[in-house]
Design a binder for this molecule. Structure first.
Ligand code: SF4
Ligand code: SF4
Length: 174
């Protein structure tokens, strides 16, 4: 297993071949472009999703924000699955306020900060779309999320440009 940019886990690989690295860079640039240019409307709609992952080093920080000990936080709010911590929740996140704002915004988990543009689900689908010349699969995103609209309005053009760059790179290497 290897990680791209210390973050995205590539199962079944011991190293990233140079061509694959260049393609991952193309996908990453698209994700980062959207992350930097697109404002999250903080509508809280994605906070109803399952599988909010908490990294080991985030437990203490969030526990402190809640004025409880780390052990108590883990016991009451998290469960362990596939060597990861996840929020115990069914439906709405327990930290989503009545006004649909996150009540631990400054201390929210990294995945909440990264969603939707920098999470591995999106990154991998951008990558697959570029290299396999297929439409991007955004079926996990709901149509009424503001960020879905942003992605859908620009992703085809961004991927097309990335494919053109990729094609030029491949031609140069022949
Ligand atoms: S659904 Fe999209 S716009 Fe709304 S809070 Fe989540 S990431 Fe932000
Ligand atoms: S921690 Fe905050 S941002 Fe993350 S899912 Fe819960 S309410 Fe949403």
């Amino acid at each position: 297993m290897v990680k791209y940019r210390e973050k995205y886990i590539l199962e079944g690989l011991d190293e990233i071949p140079p061509d694959m690295m260049a393609d991952l860079d193309l996908a990453y640039d698209i994700c980062m472009h959207l992350h930097v240019t697109s404002k999250c409307e903080m509508c809280g709609k994605c906070c109803h999703q399952p599988n909010i992952t908490i990294m080991d080093d985030e437990t203490e920080r969030i526990a402190k924000r809640l004025n409880i000990g780390t052990d108590e936080f883990i016991r009451n709010f998290l469960y362990r699955k596939d060597e990861r911590w996840l929020f115990k929740k069914s439906g709405r996140c327990r930290f989503l306020g009545k006004d649909n704002r996150c009540t631990i915004w400054k201390e929210r988990p990294q995945i909440c900060h990264d969603f939707p543009y920098l999470v591995s689900k999106f990154m991998s689908r951008v990558y697959l779309s570029i290299v396999n010349d297929i439409d991007i699969d955004l079926s996990y995103m709901e149509d009424d999320w503001p960020c879905t609209t942003i992605i859908k309005s620009s992703i085809d053009d961004l991927i097309l440009k990335a494919r053109e760059e990729r094609g030029k790179r491949i031609t140069r290497s022949l």
